[in-house]
Write a protein that binds this ligand. Structure first.
Ligand SMILES: [Zn+2]
Length: 248
């Protein structure tokens, strides 16, 4: 039985029976994996406090032929991100990013860039960079990495680039439409040229510069107005963490 060892972020962990925990983790090498940590409720030695939400760990596990769950045998902390669980605001932000990843990914689909994205954004929150921009940047980049990238470069229908100042976002079609193509279509969301450009920048800015990005108030408002329903159509439900975030 081969043992696998991989860096991982704990997405979810819940008690199971008297001694065990069921853990969902996002790994660098295997994507999302679900496993059981036998004796996790009492074994300080093997798991300590590594199974907390948002912990960044090195997980060791093996497959059980009789189960869909892997058997988590050992976890060591790489970075605890303890700050994320000690501050209610930071926890709300981290929970939102984590729930998005959990809800939008299937099991065992490797995506190293997504893993890296999550680490970078958890680090930003850990450092106390709680700007609304960060949520929008995470959302656009996550969508791109999952293959749901919305078109912000040119009109989806006539393929014309940026001409004019007014555009409309179509959630159903997944991108912007020029004023001519948008005429009389229902359910479109107005977007300014500045917001389309801001979202393009959000997608391409190097990850180490994300903490410094700043949107105009209008772009903040417009980008939330388009990204929330756009994500919603893939999520199919409202996230608990999103409500938590709005109250925090
Ligand atoms: Zn057009």
């Amino acid at each position: 039985m081969p043992l696998y060892k991989t860096p991982a972020i704990i997405l979810r962990s819940m008690p199971y029976g008297e001694w065990d925990k069921i853990v969902t983790f996002y790994t660098l090498d295997f994507g999302k994996v679900k496993g059981i940590a036998k004796g996790a409720k009492r074994s300080q030695k093997r798991f300590g406090n590594t199974l907390e939400i948002a912990s960044y760990v090195k997980a060791t596990f093996f497959e059980k032929e009789t189960s869909d769950l892997v058997r988590l045998s050992y976890c060591e902390l790489i970075r605890p991100f303890a700050g994320l669980r000690e501050d209610i605001n930071k926890l709300a932000w981290a929970s939102y990013f984590i729930e998005l990843v959990d809800q939008l990914t299937g099991e065992r689909i490797k995506n190293k860039s997504l893993f890296k994205l999550l680490i970078v954004f958890l680090s930003l929150i850990d450092r106390g960079i709680l700007k609304e921009e960060i949520q929008r940047v995470f959302e656009v980049r996550l969508l791109s990495l999952l293959g749901y990238q919305p078109e912000f470069n040119r009109c989806l229908r006539c393929r014309k680039g940026f001409s004019g100042e007014k555009f409309f976002f179509s959630v159903r079609e997944g991108g912007i439409l020029c004023a001519t193509c948008a005429a009389n279509l229902p359910g479109l969301i107005p977007v300014s040229l500045a917001t389309a450009k801001t979202l393009l920048l959000a997608r391409s800015i190097p990850l180490d510069k994300v903490g410094r990005i700043s949107f105009s108030p209008q772009s903040l408002e417009e980008s939330e107005a388009i990204l929330t329903p756009f994500l919603q159509q893939y999520l199919g439900k409202e996230l608990k963490s999103k409500k938590f975030l709005e109250q925090a």
